[in-house]
Design a protein. Structure first.
Length: 402
């Protein structure tokens, strides 16, 4: 069988020795087994039973491209039903959030730090509830997505104030480190990131569930401050709204699933495309130029170029991967590097093959020598445009398939 395949390769004008052919066969078989192994990976994941639904209260949507979306919006009769629950709620607390500063973004965790202001305003009935149980309003809310309770705190700025309309209010300062839940790095390094501050009812007694207490967003005064910009990122917009958080558990104190009112203030940022290109893509382009033009290098050292390029690619990829978490998928830049590795290996094999042809040509004469030299010329002239076209097309396909 091997002899028949070798004869077929000679008919195509390709001369292969037995051991060369065996090496190619081993590589092909190994690739098939690798694809079979990776294809058997179980991609099914266990999802949480918790649900998040956008409520019927007024909210501000972030219209920026690629902004994170949280919670399925209500539709049809669900809007009417939630409006009735809001009307029947025993306590309504109007709450505003003002993000003064977002900083210390760490995509590897992923987390960020934030500082800002929270204010709440409520009626006489809820004031009676707080006084009757000896609670401060800051004790019935919590920063739901904080990752370090020792540093994440809500501090009252002043005492509770009674306004002329009979309502009560208090301003607070929040600081903390927060978890980033909807982090999508498939388009890295041209990705966006949304940084949420999540405020939820902290019901230690069990009588402040979604049907009893609603946190209604104060859209007029909420917003972001002048120090909310992240260095190296472009601020694209923000969103603010109330959500219905369904725990799918009684939390050990109830026979039914608990539900609580939750507020999410989300600021979205995007990497500068120019900055991402010049810092992460441009070095790769420079390195790959050595592979694309390798057949135009006329010195005897061109055999060493693919090896040097492979080592350089490893160091470049390790540099940007150190900033990212372990991902269950390939980012766009990961795909581009995979294409670069493949082309580097193919170019190495091509250079070895061309060197072998040159040695054979030096031993031949007449038409046979001219035939080999013509074949070398075709390979050397066709490799640059073909390799460049393959890299561009595969990179474009990787982006479109995200």
């Amino acid at each position: 069988m091997l002899q028949r395949l070798l004869k077929s390769s000679r008919k195509l004008g390709i001369s292969l020795k037995f051991w060369d052919f065996l090496l190619i066969l081993v590589i092909v078989v190994s690739a098939i087994f690798l694809v079979q192994f990776l294809g058997r990976e179980n991609l099914d994941v266990i999802s949480s039973r918790e649900l998040l639904r956008l409520t019927s209260t007024p909210h501000i949507r972030n219209e920026a491209p690629d902004a994170a979306t949280r919670g399925r919006p209500l539709k049809g009769a669900e809007i009417l039903r939630d409006s009735q629950l809001l009307e029947a709620a025993k306590y309504k607390v109007y709450t505003g959030i003002y993000v003064a500063n977002n900083f210390s973004l760490d995509l590897e965790v992923p987390s960020f730090s934030s500082k800002g202001y929270i204010w709440m305003r409520w009626g006489q009935s809820f004031q009676n509830y707080l006084v009757g149980r000896g609670l401060a309003v800051s004790e019935i809310i919590s920063l739901e997505n904080d990752i370090n309770p020792e540093t994440s705190v809500i501090t009252p700025l002043r005492d509770v104030r009674k306004f002329d309309d009979g309502t009560f209010g208090q301003g607070m300062l929040y600081t903390g480190d927060f978890y980033i839940d909807n982090l999508d790095l498939r388009r890295f390094p041209f990705n966006s990131v949304s940084l949420p501050v999540v405020l939820e009812v902290d019901d230690s007694i069990g009588d402040l569930t979604y049907d009893s207490l609603r946190l209604i967003p104060d859209l007029r005064d909420s917003g972001i401050g002048q120090y909310s910009d992240l260095f190296g990122w472009l601020t694209r917009g923000w969103s603010f709204g109330e959500f219905r958080h369904h725990f799918a558990s009684g939390l050990g104190v109830s026979a039914v699933d608990e539900e609580y009112s939750q507020l999410i203030f989300d600021v979205s940022y995007q990497r500068s495309s120019w900055s991402a290109f010049w810092t992460l893509i441009q070095p790769l382009v420079v390195v790959m130029a050595s592979i694309v033009l390798i057949t135009r290098v006329l010195t005897e050292f061109r055999v060493e170029i693919p090896i040097a390029v492979l080592l350089t690619l490893i160091f470049l990829q390790d540099g940007y991967r150190s900033e990212l978490p372990n991902l269950p998928y390939l980012s766009f830049l990961d795909s581009v590097y995979a294409i670069a590795y493949l082309l580097s290996i193919v170019s190495f094999a091509l250079v070895l093959y061309l060197e072998s042809l040159k040695r054979r040509a030096s031993l031949e004469q007449g038409d046979r020598r001219n035939l080999i030299l013509n074949r070398i010329h075709i390979y050397e002239q066709s490799w640059p445009p073909i390799s460049l076209l393959v890299m561009v097309l595969l990179s474009a396909a990787s982006w479109l398939l995200i």
